[in-house]
Design a protein around this ligand. Sequence first.
Ligand code: NAP
Length: 255
Amino acid sequence: MTQSAPLQKRLEGKTALITGSARGIGLEIAAAFAAEGASVAVADLSLQDSAAAAADIALKTGAKTIALALDVSKEADCEKAVEETVKAFGKVDILVNNAGITKDNLVLRMKEADFDAVISVNLKGAFLMAKAAARLMLKARAGRIINISSVVGQAGQAGQANYSASKAGLIGLTKSLAREFAPRQVLVNAVAPGFIRTRMTEGLKDEARAKISELIPLGRMGEPGDVAKAALFLAGGDSAYITGQVLSVNGGLYM
Ligand code: NAP
């Protein structure tokens, strides 16, 4: 009887830096990557939160993890996060731009500062992180950048002009980076989640939640794990001929 070879984990030997990964979708992505063999840098606003998440992931998966504090809207923080990851793991193979905020209001009531803050974190943050990590990836002639956009960036949403503009901008950024980096085999894609059960959506009233679920062809809100599986696909070897794309994870809400 022939013995089958042990299954190779999908991200064995890879290193990943994931922003906003102390909770929600980012945490699920970090845990999924670690379970598939990646060394993971958990990067979030609070070092305490990052450290707790990094320790928990290491305990559950046996993967190497580090905890970083950063504000993605600050260039120096982004550069330092990449430097710290390289110091710990020697390289950055995968960057996930997941950190994001909302400051919802109807346009006529939306303050300029709330528009700027959302663009600054959700869109400029991804640009700054990509710029910091791409230097190494382009040199290595390999790498993956995954930007977490949103269905709201594809379809628009009343009360979220700032957020939808940032997430639509992220799709444009993804496509431009994909074209610019393709000659060096650095692949850039976006994931556009629909309504996912996290802190970002927990404020929704039961009535609103029921209404949203009615609009979703698959009849339910998504889980963070649904998004993590899409990110894992875009980070791994099975997506080697895919760049500049937007992978919707929305239960059919927007087609
Ligand atoms: P979440 O639970 O609020 O988590 C977001 C994380 O990002 C938090 O840990 C937060 O830190 C961190 N963060 C915020 N500002 C940051 C900054 N300037 N620098 C670094 N980290 C920062 O949200 P989520 O639902 O998991 O969302 C994750 C991503 O998915 C976001 O980009 C969001 O727009 C996108 N998305 C979510 C949904 C959904 O339905 N949940 C749908 C589509 C897209 P603190 O906790 O310290 O504030």
